[in-house]
Design a protein around this ligand. Sequence first.
Ligand SMILES: Cc1cc2nc3c(=O)[nH]c(=O)nc-3n(C[C@H](O)[C@H](O)[C@H](O)COP(=O)(O)OP(=O)(O)OC[C@H]3O[C@@H](n4cnc5c(N)ncnc54)[C@H](O)[C@@H]3O)c2cc1C
Length: 291
Amino acid sequence: MQFTGKAIVEAAAAPLYVRASCTEEALACLAEGSFEVLCGGTDFYPGHIDRPLPPLVLDVSEVAALRRIEELPTGWRIGAAVTWAEILEHPLPRGFDGLKAAAREIGGVQIQNTGSIGGNVCNASPAADGIVALLTLNASVRLESLAGSRTLPLSEFLLGSRRTARLREELLTAIEIPRFGTGARATFKKLGHRRYLVISVAMVGAFVELDEMGRISHAAIAVGACSARAQRLPLLESKLLGQPLQSSLPSLLDEADLAGLTPQDDVRGTAVFRLDAVASLVRRSLLELLR
Ligand SMILES: Cc1cc2nc3c(=O)[nH]c(=O)nc-3n(C[C@H](O)[C@H](O)[C@H](O)COP(=O)(O)OP(=O)(O)OC[C@H]3O[C@@H](n4cnc5c(N)ncnc54)[C@H](O)[C@@H]3O)c2cc1C
């Protein structure tokens, strides 16, 4: 079946809502008009409370190709429209425990049933829980348009608070995670003002791989809500390399490891409080990896 975005736009008067049935139809719409993409709508609609909805809305939530989780020889591919509930239900290796823990923390069950991984990444909030866990997994994003496709590391896709490298005509189709070994372990910890349904004051993701001697051969620690975009902690990561998993790991953390963070004072906490919270969350995450 051929889709022309022009025909779709001309066939209806604005405002126009299109629910794409396949990726080709979605790309045709994006090539033709200034469509805003809608998936679960859990960021999209709250973002339009005080302003009118855009005239052209492209709903991609029912595109089957965006709703799959696949294991490939090179790693895993999670479709952009896969919901947090689907990630929680899917059998994934232990290295995904951090992403699953983040999924469990995203809103309540209704939000997890509707909100997608792609929406979390494209919304690019500094407080997006999924992004922190994905950074520890060295995730990349797959962007497609009628002109072609490209894959970007997530760390390059995120340009700042609510800013990404996505071009207007591009659709995020998948998140790609490179293969890791069976010895991988991961966790995610979030601090908010109450236990559930809360925007993060700070959050930390931690991921390690172990060699055959039980020593850390790869480490990734990421922090969110403490800078315009979530950050990895490369100094701490390099100190962890070669260490056995032992209860003294948290003592490796010192102030200099957090120097790349630029937390702000806001209604949820002061910058000083946030840095203190991050230090505690990092230490607790390292201890949790021992279990
Ligand atoms: C009550 C409530 C609680 C929440 N709690 C949390 C929380 O604890 N932690 C957290 O991280 N988030 C939270 N959120 C935010 C939100 O639920 C998540 O970010 C969710 O993953 C967004 O997914 P979505 O499918 O709803 O995105 P949408 O709202 O549909 O889209 C979000 C943005 O991404 C764009 N977009 C979506 N899909 C694509 C695509 N495939 N290609 C290109 N652009 C795309 C849209 O244009 C839009 O700009 C909460 C939201 C609510 C309403």
